[in-house]
Design a protein around this ligand. Structure first.
Ligand SMILES: CC(C)(COP(=O)(O)OP(=O)(O)OC[C@H]1O[C@@H](n2cnc3c(N)ncnc32)[C@H](O)[C@@H]1OP(=O)(O)O)[C@@H](O)C(=O)NCCC(=O)NCCS
Length: 327
């Protein structure tokens, strides 16, 4: 089965609720409607109902049976404000909370936090920071994960070639501990996408061929990651060719069980990760699906502002899959 069908079959008919804070955007409306009609999930749209309905009508969409919530007239607003103040532990007063929760991303994230929804998809008109920050502050990372990170699933040839690249979206300069956590979370993400994780910790050195603080960080991260998750096959530090090409692996890391067979590629910091996935996408014709935000207690996904309706549709499916994986 193609990856897409597998991901759909895992959530279809389960009535998972995904919040879309940007409901006056045509791409969001179109995707939400498809997901609802195909019985893949239940969308919750945020916004003023008359504005959302007017936008829908202008595209010929019928929103019957789709829930629309207006943060400005939400009947349980006081309870939500109290829960927010409690969660922020002294970092927000009641007055600040009342104001902040009028923001659709904060409001939507609270719905997820309060278990009134299973996940959130936003970012078609908001920046990464505005989309992700509420999740970092409210939903927070799972025990044992100090930082969330962003992975891309790289697909080529109708999904025959499938790899995970991370972190390509969030942490500009992870230390060895964070890098190790990113490796473990990425291995879990790989499993969710049916990829057998063999995790390569990338560097410009293979197994001590060069020495520098940057290389030592990756070697240290490899040691920590192996300790954190002995169940996964994780190795490093490895250059990309040693990680990916069998003949190079035999020369540079003959004893490694990952070298030459890696499926999960962990970049040493955000610049190389972000550049790396774009090179594979543009030179290598890989489809880049993501970023899949890893390590949060509940799933929140950040769209690119250049996204199309199909991206919103796919991202919501991935988000709902993360929701069932977290449980
Ligand atoms: C993710 C990002 C938006 C967070 O930025 P920020 O709001 O400046 O973060 P702050 O340092 O002010 O922290 C805000 C809260 O989030 C938490 N936080 C920040 N980064 C986090 C991370 N990676 N994981 C988990 N929590 C994080 C902080 O601990 C803080 O929590 P608190 O308020 O409860 O103390 C920022 O790291 C960023 O812009 N990264 C790069 C994104 C980007 O441009 N990517 C490229 C293309 S996709």
């Amino acid at each position: 089965m193609e990856l897409r069908e597998t991901l759909i079959s895992q959530i279809k008919g389960k009535n998972l609720k995904i919040v879309f804070p940007e409901a006056t955007d045509e791409r969001i409306l179109g995707a939400a409607l498809r997901l609802h009609h195909e019985d893949i999930l239940q969308p919750i749209l945020l916004g003023k109902p008359d504005e959302v309905q007017a936008e829908a009508k202008s595209h010929g969409y019928d929103l019957t049976d789709i829930s629309i919530i207006d943060p400005n007239s939400y009947d349980k607003y006081d309870e939500m404000v109290a829960a927010f103040v409690e969660r922020r532990k002294g970092k927000a007063t009641e007055e600040q909370a009342r104001k902040q929760l009028r923001d659709v991303n904060y409001f939507g994230t609270m719905l997820v936090y309060l278990d009134l929804a299973d996940g959130l998809v936003s970012g078609a008109i908001h920046s990464t920071g505005d989309t992700v920050r509420p999740a970092l502050q409210i939903i927070k990372t799972r025990p044992g994960v100090s930082r969330t990170s962003g992975a891309f699933i790289m697909l080529r040839g109708r999904g025959q070639e499938k790899y995970v690249f991370a972190d390509c979206a969030i942490n500009p300069n992870p230390d060895a501990q964070v890098l190790a956590e990113i490796a473990v979370e990425s291995a879990r993400t790989a499993k969710m996408f049916g990829i057998e994780p063999k995790v390569a910790m990338l560097s410009f050195s293979s197994k001590g061929s060069a020495s520098a603080p940057e290389v030592e960080k990756v070697a240290e991260a490899t040691r920590i990651a192996k300790e954190l998750a002995p169940e996964f096959d994780i190795d490093g530090e490895l250059q990309f060719d040693a990680a990916f090409v069998k003949s190079v692996a035999q020369q540079k890391a003959p004893d490694s069980t990952v070298a030459g067979e890696a499926t999960v590629f962990i970049f040493p910091e955000l610049q190389s990760g972000n550049i790396g996935y774009k090179i594979a996408q543009r030179f290598g014709n890989f489809e880049a699906v993501g970023p899949v935000l890893q390590g949060l207690n509940k799933p929140v996904s950040d769209l690119s502002r250049g996204c199309i309706e199909e991206d919103v549709y796919k991202t919501a499916i991935i988000t709902a899959n993360q929701a069932i994986m977290n449980n």
